[in-house]
Design a protein around this ligand. Structure first.
Ligand code: ZN
Length: 198
């Protein structure tokens, strides 16, 4: 009931907006208003389309990682970017493996990348602790309680991976994966979550 009223109200609102936009412009004739209105009804669906991609903006506008057999391979490059914005772990997996391939050419000291998994609220503390731990520890504090899993830090052309129990990211999230190289986590991060079983 309420929903129907809402729908009617929004339909009216849209119509009003459309009319409101047109009528001040088509100030001279009402004859013009009719064709314009007819045109705007046919062009209505396309303007609605840009609203649909909005949810994907939550993952930096990047696509989700391709997951096969409880594992995924993601890439990091010399432009300080991961190639994916999110990782969805199948609920059927007990363990999950993330492999990181550094597709760039820069050395680990200048453009190192790793994959660290933390609760979203712990990312800041984990990166700060990682910077204190320094390059010798791959910018991850040893046994950091804020880190769920992490790979080693790699440079251009190198590959590394880490496996962890899926149960570790099934608590109260959200969880994120990021690169703990100083300054990288601001851009090199994404959501990692376990698929919801209905
Ligand atoms: Zn990095």
């Amino acid at each position: 009931m309420n929903f129907r009223i809402f729908m009617l109200a929004s339909a009216c609102a849209i119509t009003l907006v459309a009319c409101g936009d047109k009528s001040p412009d088509g100030r001279d004739s009402t004859a013009n208003a009719a064709p314009v209105a007819a045109e705007s009804t046919t062009t209505m669906p396309p303007p609605a389309a840009p609203l649909t991609p909005t949810p994907t903006a939550a993952s930096n506008g990047k696509s989700a990682a391709v997951v096969t057999d409880c594992a995924t391979e993601i890439e990091g490059n010399d432009a300080m970017q991961f190639n994916v914005g999110s990782i969805m772990v199948p609920a059927s997996c007990a363990e999950f493996t993330v492999t990181l391939r550094h597709t760039g050419k820069m050395p680990v000291a200048g453009m190192g990348h790793n994959v660290v998994v933390s609760k979203a609220t712990d990312v800041q503390q984990a990166t700060a602790a990682g910077i204190s731990a320094g390059p010798g520890n791959g910018y991850v504090k040893p046994d950091d309680p804020n880190v769920i899993a992490h790979t080693r830090m790699v440079g251009g052309g190198e590959t590394t991976s880490v496996s962890f129990a899926v149960s570790k990211i099934q608590g109260s999230g959200p969880y994120e994966f990021f690169c703990s190289f100083p300054g990288h986590a601001a851009i090199m991060k994404g959501a990692i979550s376990v698929e919801q079983v209905s």
